[in-house]
Design a protein around this ligand. Structure first.
Ligand code: NPW
Ligand code: K
Length: 493
């Protein structure tokens, strides 16, 4: 699925109106119906719905939603925030369409706001993607009141006050919804951790905007959902043998951190690799042999850390990083690996920290190497960013410059290709913010590269499946109880 910026969304809107063709008022009606359909599937007639409308098209949506819910005999109260004389044409048309007797209130001053009523549903249709400046005055007061209420808050298209494709200021007044129901395509703002409070559980509803336009319009931003991920999966053919699926080498673990090697290794085994060899310090020998009978073990000469690179000939991919530590001898191994590797690499955790401390190595990374930093590791690699949009720009430049695939881990992990395109991931949950889940991802990616998935597709599919396994684990266990081994247990596609 593509993600468009605001001017592209406007162009898509205009293209649909001109070429379907459909009037903008009918398109607004379609959007309102899609919202109402979503609403009615989740909320019953018991709760009063308070709909707060601005005077642009987002407010027009709000009025149309109010009329449709009123006809369905929901208990609706409509509040038009009358902060300006200006109003969009479709807002005005929908105001005229409000049925006689529908409870419609105009709010000109803050003291005309209704008293809070816990248990109500608030629909936020104040401002949509047309936001052009920080919210002030009466609108800001209404937003503050919405945020202070104990009601369930639903934003139409996007939380009022939140920019769809650029950073907000720290003092900006923005609705904090429980849900955002957005039209046709997700907004870039939904992907970024800094907007966490201003998104809630977001859902896309289809309003039939031009599929041709969406296909032809180019964008650097994409969303990897179930359909995209499914299309990436290669079937395992009947006459395959273990050689078909590659032989992975995993260099991981140190004294006290053998768990990282086990998590990465078992995830690799559960992700379809043909053969796995784990290269671990001597202290890890019986641990790996006992816990992962399916893997072969190569022991390092050193008891506690990795100090030697094994001969690489047998292997079709190398994953390095989980639980390594940063000893100078381990750095030598990483340097040798980067210099000698003729196969794809996955570098994670301490391998990334070693890279950050030795940036000259970045220039030497084989093309298509996958790096999987969490935000702190990325900061060490690429420097500071003032906000998430800047971090995204930094990530795109980094991936282009070093011709690597970056998996910038987070709520919607951003998989950045060497061409600078960004593929945000749909799956995963906050339960996965716990030690070891990153090691699991390294194992999954290593297995996919062993199976000859190109680095870009391995990253996109691996990140998706890792998150999906985490979602299944959270369903079984709850997010609170989820641990990294549960993610391994739930791998499989
Ligand atoms: N995409 C689609 O295909 C469809 C989109 N639809 C809906 O349209 C919405 C976008 O509509 P929209 O462009 O009219 O924007 P919206 O945000 O309602 O209002 C803009 C107005 O507010 C003003 N304004 C801006 N910032 C302000 C501020 N801080 N404080 C005060 N005022 C401010 C701004 O003024 P201006 O910048 O011009 O000075 C302008 O007058 C979209 O989110 C979706 O809900 C659906 O109906 C159907 C299909
Ligand atoms: K809104």
């Amino acid at each position: 699925m593509k993600i468009f910026n605001v001017s592209q969304i406007r162009a898509l809107d205009a293209h649909t109106i001109a070429h379907e063709p459909i009037t903008s008022l009918d398109l607004m009606e379609r959007a309102a119906k899609a919202f109402v359909c979503w609403y009615c599937a989740r909320f019953d007639h018991q709760q009063t719905v308070r709909i707060f409308c601005g005077k642009g098209n987002n407010g027009g949506d709000g009025l149309a939603i109010a009329r449709l819910l009123h006809h369905k005999e929901y208990l609706v109260q409509v509040y038009v925030v009358d902060y300006t004389e200006q109003a969009s044409d479709d807002f005005r048309a929908n105001l005229e369409r409000m049925p006689q007797g529908a409870p419609l209130h105009f709010i000109k001053k803050q003291d005309e706001l209704p008293a809070p009523a816990p248990g109500t549903i608030l629909i936020d249709a104040l401002l949509g993607s047309g936001l052009s400046r920080p919210v002030e005055g009466l609108l800001a007061a209404v937003i503050r009141a919405i945020n202070q209420s104990e009601a369930t808050v639903l934003s139409v298209d996007i939380a009022s006050g939140l920019y769809a494709d650029q950073p907000n200021g720290p003092e900006d007044v923005i609705v904090q919804p429980d849900y955002t129901v957005t039209f046709q395509l997700p907004k870039l703002a939904f992907m970024l951790p800094q907007n966490n409070r201003f998104i809630g559980d977001w859902q896309v509803v289809d309003i039939g905007l031009s599929a041709d336009f969406i296909e032809q319009e180019s964008t650097p931003y994409y969303f990897t959902d179930a359909a995209v991920a499914r299309a990436l999966i290669r079937p395992r053919l009947k006459f395959s043998h273990k050689g078909t699926f590659g032989h992975a080498l995993l260099i991981a673990g140190s004294y006290g951190k053998m768990g990282a090697a086990l998590l990465a290794g078992s995830a690799c085994l559960r992700s379809g690799v043909g053969l796995l060899t784990a290269h671990v310090p001597r202290c890890g020998y019986s641990i790996v042999q006992t816990y992962m009978p399916e893997a072969m073990t190569q022991v390092d000469p050193h008891e506690e850390i990795i100090t030697a690179l094994p001969a690489l000939e047998p292997y079709s991919v190398v994953g390095m990083g989980p639980g390594l530590g940063k000893d100078p001898q381990t750095l030598r191994v990483l340097e040798a690996l980067i210099a000698q590797a003729q196969v794809p690499l996955v570098l994670d955790a301490d391998a990334l920290n070693l890279l950050a401390e030795n940036p000259a190595l970045l220039q030497k990374l084989p093309q298509g190497t996958i790096l999987t930093p969490h935000p702190k590791e990325f900061q060490r690699l690429a420097g500071d960013a003032a906000h998430d949009y800047e971090r995204l720009a930094l990530a795109r430049r980094f991936a282009r410059k070093y011709q690597v695939v970056l998996c910038l881990k987070g709520g919607h992990t951003a998989v950045v290709f060497p061409d600078g395109t960004v593929h945000f991931n749909a799956t995963g949950n906050a339960g996965m913010a716990t030690g070891g889940t990153g090691d699991v991802l390294t194992g999954v990616l290593t297995a996919l590269l062993a199976q000859k998935y190109p680095a870009e597709q391995a990253a996109q599919l691996g990140v998706y499946q890792h998150g999906a396994a985490g979602d299944r684990a959270a369903e079984q266990r709850t997010q609170t109880a989820l641990i990294a081994s549960d993610v391994v247990e739930n791998l499989g596609w």
